[in-house]
Each structure stands twice: as C-alpha cells, then as structure tokens.
Design a protein around this ligand. Sequence first.
Ligand SMILES: [Zn+2]
Length: 160
Amino acid sequence: MNAYEQIRLRIAEDVERLLEDRLIRREDVQNVIHHAETTGKKLINPSAGRSLACYRPKAVTYWVEYCRVDEDYQVHTAYSHRMVMKSGGNTNEWVKSGSDSDWLCNQCQSTLEVQTVRLQYMQSIFPINLPACSHCGFILVEEELATGKVAEAEQALEDK
Ligand SMILES: [Zn+2]
C-alpha cells in the first residue's frame, strides 16, 4: 500500500459529483493531501480552519481544499489546471497590488499578497495578478480562476 492511500477522505455527495465532473480521482486528492501534510507546503485559512494545497504529479496540477476531522480529511472542493504558474524572476521584484488574501503560507506564516506572475502553457506566457507568498514564491490559483479563465485559455490554445 502506498503511503498516500492511508489518507482517509470524507467527501460529501455534491463534492463527489463535482470531482467526477472534473475528472479528479480519489487518489489524486489523497496524493495532494499526503504531499501537503508530509512537506508542510500548503496554505492555511486559520479563521475557517481550512487548508489548501496543490500537487503536480505529471502534466496536471491538482488543488484540494480540506480540513482535518478526527483522523480523516474532509474534502471541501478540488480542481485542476494544466498551466504552469511561474513567478516572474526574484520575489523581491514582484509588483504588489496591495490587496491581501485570506490565505496564509503555512511554511512562512505570512499572508499571501497579490502579485504579478506569469502563467505558462505550451509556448504561451500570460502575465496575471495572483495571490502569492513573497517569501517562498508559492502561488495560489483560486478555484474560480482555474475553472474559468485558465480552463478557457487552455482550451483556446489547444484548438489552435
Ligand atoms: Zn511561503
């Protein structure tokens, strides 16, 4: 048994359907949580008691928002994207827009700030403002963006 298989999930019916629609398997979710919990690389929202983490095993980045319930992990949502998010150069050179995010970088214990980063997909690069940790460069791709604009852009580029 792989270590990630020991991650016990609780998934409500509506979330289960959402994951099915998004072609995200249980093991993808387990992998994300296992990776986040073993490395500490994740975002936390202390007031909501939630964690948000991502993992890119191959060509797809999976994101899972979850919280710990006893020995299990309750999955609130999960989504994916294929684009690679790259921070433009040194984090010291990031342009801050001044707005903060609700999420905190777990490793750096600092609030994410909106920064201009570059998205890369196939041969194309797009500048975009995203919340990111200015210490370690962790970039947050929110669900709305991943399932909206990013999904549209991926589709448009593939159709070319
Ligand atoms: Zn950080």
